[in-house]
Design a protein around this ligand. Structure first.
Ligand code: COA
Length: 260
């Protein structure tokens, strides 16, 4: 598939996915979503890529939302499918089996914030502003925002963000746990790469299982989550990487993980 709206490249085990529609503040049109999903489908089977960094072109916007020009002609059935398509993209990202970092280089609004919420981590530049302005358009967030934002910052703050339409600045996002780090615009990429490299040094299957345990285990009751955790911990006992991790510790050397 030829990409018209995104740039994708892989370097040193990191996949860089850049939303590239700067004249539209990187708004997500349907074609962009198809392209992102195509990359994610390929990444799922690509063991060489162990972490993904998602960002937007330019220094003004990460992504300024779903492309509003595509809303105009939507009928009732289309609206449902439209929403499910954006949700599927974000689900693909969350479930791709590798950690992802949203390097938020400016505005992350509507669908842009929803994309960032589906990443494992969010690193923000100081000028970043996050918001869900959909209610002002007569819509609601439809790419998972009502669910993921509430799960990350709590129902009250999530509703505040949606109902007031107020944007959250980088420092406030950090304070409420919406952002993991805030750095200067100039350091956004280097810091994101640094964090990705730190994660890459861990055993890939353990990283994947930890993400599954947290994402899925916390969506159920505690005892079921604990049984899920124990099952995943047990699966890891059968991996070469766990044997390697323990051997490396005992031999006082760095582990060499193979992802098996
Ligand atoms: N969908 C489609 N186009 C968008 C867009 C979106 N979500 N966000 C920005 N754009 C386009 C603008 O229409 C404009 O295109 P044009 O030059 O062809 O007219 C271009 O990007 C630049 O945006 P502009 O509005 O001129 O920049 P600004 O600095 O004055 O304002 C925003 C920036 C983000 C405040 C403003 O663009 C905005 O409110 N965007 C919509 C945000 C939104 O509601 N997102 C949620 C959608 S569900």
């Amino acid at each position: 598939m030829k990409y018209n709206n995104i740039i994708y490249e892989a370097k040193e085990n990191i996949g860089f996915l850049t939303i590239d529609r700067p004249t539209k503040l990187n708004a997500l049109n349907g074609e962009t979503i198809d392209e992102i999903r195509d990359v994610l489908a390929k990444l799922r089977g690509d063991d060489q890529v162990r972490a993904i960094i998602v960002t937007g072109t330019g220094d003004k916007a990460f992504v300024a939302g779903a492309d509003i020009t595509e809303f105009e002609d939507l009928g009732l059935k289309d609206g449902f499918d439209f929403s499910r398509k954006g949700q599927a993209m974000n689900r693909d990202l969350e479930d791709v089996g590798k950690p992802s970092i949203a390097a938020v280089n400016g505005l992350a609004l509507g669908g842009g914030l929803e994309l960032a919420l589906s990443c494992t981590f969010r690193i923000l530049s100081e000028n970043a502003k996050l918001g869900l302005p959909e209610l002002g358009l007569g819509a609601i967030p439809g790419y998972g925002g009502t669910q993921r934002l509430a799960r990350i910052i709590g129902k009250s703050r999530a509703l505040w963000t949606m109902l007031t339409g107020d944007m959250i600045d980088a420092q406030d996002a950090l304070q409420m746990g919406l952002a993991n780090m805030v750095v200067t615009q100039g350091k956004l990429m280097t810091t994101s790469i640094e964090i990705a490299k730190k994660i890459i040094q861990k055993a890939p299957l353990a990283v994947r299982m930890a993400m599954m345990a947290v994402h899925h285990g916390t969506e159920t009751d505690l005892e079921s989550g604990l049984i899920f955790e124990a099952s995943l911990a047990n699966v890891l006992l059968g991996t070469q990487d766990m044997r390697e991790g323990i051997a490396a510790f005992l031999e006082k050397r760095k582990p060499n993980f193979s992802g098996k």
